[in-house]
Design a binder for this molecule. Structure first.
Ligand SMILES: Cc1cc2nc3c(=O)[nH]c(=O)nc-3n(C[C@H](O)[C@H](O)[C@H](O)COP(=O)(O)OP(=O)(O)OC[C@H]3O[C@@H](n4cnc5c(N)ncnc54)[C@H](O)[C@@H]3O)c2cc1C
Length: 455
């Protein structure tokens, strides 16, 4: 009987455009198995929390779907917003969210432990204390890790002295953004600041430049004889025209008295951190000293994704393209041999979408739909429009934004941009517009966080 109804549903759906609405309109009971499907989500950040919420929205019945989240932290601090701590516009407390609402909503289990491995044959995730969590579907949403193989003199420990402040979740006890703020507060008026930007691909493309802007604002207001230089291995960067325009308007960019300078195509090879005094930054052609340095390292998929065998590690070369987990671009299921049933979403996955919270949230929703479709036997997976967005706070009451939409390419090899510009900052805009963008950016933060964590 159940089979017939399923067949009817499938033929009804065949050939039509399937939407998320159609997906939820099919009664879950029609697809009931004798045992509930088990979903284990590793990582309760942006992608992991979002998918937990949306899976439960699609299948509210705990008898049909059991959800377990494995996440070591007991609260989550959003990386977005942290640059504004530099000027005092935000606090860490305001950026920290409780998991209570999420736990209530998913009517599942959240264990605050670190996952250590996946047994993809017996289908379970192990945690560091030796516990095993069986899954039918395993979601890996463990964010990023850093790579120090291309820099002399730095590692995860010493990086704290030239804080990247880029991942507040995995770094242990020292919140690097607080350290960076303390160093800026302690430096003399006239001291030099250097920000070393990372190579592509990395988390939140505009974020290093937003940080440089926030430091420039801090300097302008507090230490007007100081200046910040961005050393960038890239020849161009996200929203460059808008940033440079803002820097010209606010910080004398391009003039002799500029507070902010950008040096593109400049590769930093070594950083020397003496016990006292300025740090020495060595590039291929130069040696620069600076009292405060924020070094944002090369990034790669999370350690857990590597440990779980979800990355192609056959190449010993420094290959930026092989640092992320290869996935089916539509469903986010791993394409590594023997890893069926494991899905990678958020910054760890290899897609041509930007590595952003917005994209992580979109990927989570697309992946939730793919899993629910699989459970319900719906084929093809409903299409989702992927979104990316970013508000960058470049000065007091001055923000610039980019909002993008992507659609899966016909050959399913990746995503194509479907619209850009309508909602992105125009290059020519007046002060009122920039202020409005700053207000919208703060409103976005509140709404977006709610969509991820339910609060
Ligand atoms: C300064 C800055 C500004 C940014 N601004 C924006 C912005 O304006 N807009 C935007 O869209 N994005 C922005 N981003 C990017 C955004 O924060 C990330 O892209 C997003 O957090 C990625 O989500 P994720 O789920 O992949 O990773 P995360 O949110 O980092 O979550 C990963 C989770 O996995 C957990 N984890 C790791 N290892 C394990 C393990 N072994 N076991 C269990 N759990 C584990 C971690 O504790 C963490 O909670 C910004 C980032 C930075 C640094």
């Amino acid at each position: 009987m159940k089979k017939n109804i399923n067949n009817q549903r499938r033929s009804f759906l065949k050939g039509s455009v399937i939407t998320a609405a159609a997906l939820v309109s099919i009664p879950n009971e029609l697809f009931a198995e004798s045992t509930a499907k088990k979903v284990v989500i590793v990582g309760g950040g942006i992608a992991g929390s979002t998918i937990a919420r949306y899976l439960r929205k699609f299948i509210p019945q705990t008898t049909l779907l059991e959800i377990t989240i494995i996440e070591p932290k007991t609260t989550y601090t959003t990386p977005f917003g942290t640059n504004e701590i530099i000027t005092g516009a935000r606090t860490l407390e305001a950026l920290t969210v409780s998991y209570d609402a999420l736990k209530r909503e998913i009517t599942g289990v959240m264990v605050h432990k670190k996952a250590s491995s996946i047994n993809s044959t017996a289908k379970y995730v192990s945690t560091e204390d030796g516990m095993e969590y069986l899954y039918d579907f395993c979601i890996v949403a463990t964010g990023i890790d850093f790579d120090y193989s291309d820099i002399v003199g730095l590692n995860a420990q010493t990086n704290v002295q030239v804080p990247h402040a880029y991942d507040l979740v995995n770094d242990g006890s020292i919140e690097q953004i607080t350290e960076l703020k303390s160093q800026l507060d302690a430096m003399a008026n006239g001291a030099k600041v250097v920000l070393v930007a990372p190579q592509n691909a990395y988390r939140c493309p505009p974020a290093p430049y937003e940080r440089a802007s926030q430091i420039a604002q801090y300097i302008k207001e507090n230490k007007p004889n100081s200046a910040i230089t961005i050393l960038d291995p890239k020849g161009a960067f996200a929203k460059q025209d808008s940033f440079e325009k803002a820097w010209s308007e606010l910080y004398g960019y391009g003039t002799d008295s500029a507070i902010i300078t950008w040096e593109g195509s400049t590769v930093v090879n070594e950083i020397i951190i003496p016990n006292t005094g300025a740090k020495i930054i060595k590039t291929e052609t130069d040696e620069i000293s600076a009292e405060v340095v924020t070094y944002i390292p090369t990034m790669k998929a999370s350690k857990f994704a590597y440990d779980a065998g979800l990355i192609e590690t056959d190449s010993a070369m420094f290959d930026l393209d092989k640092r992320w987990a290869p996935v089916n671009q539509e469903t986010f299921e791993s394409t590594m041999a023997g890893k069926e049933g494991i899905y990678i979403i958020g910054d760890s996955s290899k897609t041509n979408l930007p590595k952003s919270g917005y994209a992580a949230n979109s990927e989570a929703k697309a992946c939730a739909m793919a899993i629910v479709s699989k459970i319900k036997g719906i084929n093809p997976t409903p299409e989702t429009i992927m979104t990316n967005g970013c508000y960058s706070f470049v000065g007091q009451d001055y923000a610039i934004s980019i909002l993008q939409k992507f659609r899966i390419k016909e050959d399913k090899s990746g995503y194509a941009l479907v619209s850009q510009g309508r909602n992105s900052s125009p290059l020519e805009a007046d002060a009122r517009w920039r202020k409005k963008e700053a207000e919208q950016g703060h409103a976005w933060y509140t709404n977006f966080r709610k969509d991820c964590f339910g609060v």
